[in-house]
Design a protein around this ligand. Structure first.
Ligand SMILES: [Zn+2]
Length: 211
């Protein structure tokens, strides 16, 4: 017969621990896999969060969080998915305004980046129209790898653009993959990928908040 363990947490202890919510994923130090934090089976969904959250590892449930706080940092590492997010759109127009600064990035004639724009990539031409130098380096390395795989006659599926996106571990960056279709000498479509740093703060505002 197993005994139910009693575990006590003072408010101070919990306050210092990382905040989590149901659905957050943790990296398990027991098995090395990711597990989701889940409320108990009998938890009835309402607008209140469950007091306790569990995670399942190898068929067993473990206590993961109490009162929205991760219970232990020694055996759990908080693993919020830090990846760039992609939004795919098919549009009948060719207008794009920066969601952070409001600047007109893509229009009928001119192409002008906003300061929150990390990169603009043409999927048709497989090249950057604009990119910060750190991205150019990543891209060059990936292209080298692609060339190497080609030379080696490798069967590995390797898509430079998809691989590039995986390298950006920042979930405040959103890439808008916008496909527009039209008629030229037959139907044509082009896809432009615009990476926006949603967490961009203009310098004026930075100095205001400091001052
Ligand atoms: Zn595990």
């Amino acid at each position: 017969m197993s005994e139910t363990p009693y575990i006590g947490f003072s408010n101070e202890t919990l306050d210092k621990l990382p905040s989590v919510k149901a659905g957050d994923r943790i990296e398990c130090t027991q098995c090395g896999q990711e597990h989701a934090l889940i409320p108990p089976d009998d938890w009835e969904k309402g607008d209140k969060e469950s007091i306790i959250l569990f995670y399942c590892c190898n068929g067993n449930s473990f206590l993961g969080a109490v009162n929205g706080k991760l219970t232990s940092q020694t055996f759990l590492i908080l693993f919020r998915k830090k990846i760039m997010q992609t939004i795919r759109l098919h549009l009948d127009h060719f207008n794009f305004f920066c969601p952070v600064t409001g600047e007109h990035i893509l229009g009928s004639d001119e192409f002008k980046v906003s300061p929150a724009t990390e990169f603009v990539f043409s999927l048709n031409d497989s090249m950057f129209e604009h990119a910060e130098s750190k991205y150019e380096k990543i891209w060059d390395d990936l292209q080298e790898k692609e060339n190497q795989l080609f030379e080696d006659d490798s069967d590995e599926d390797f898509d430079c653009w998809e691989e590039f996106k995986k390298t950006i571990k920042d979930n405040s960056i959103i890439v808008f993959e916008i496909t527009t279709s039209g008629m030229a000498c037959g139907p044509v479509s082009s896809t432009v990928c615009i990476g926006i740093n949603m967490n961009y703060i203009p310098e004026e505002q930075l100095s205001l908040s400091k001052g």
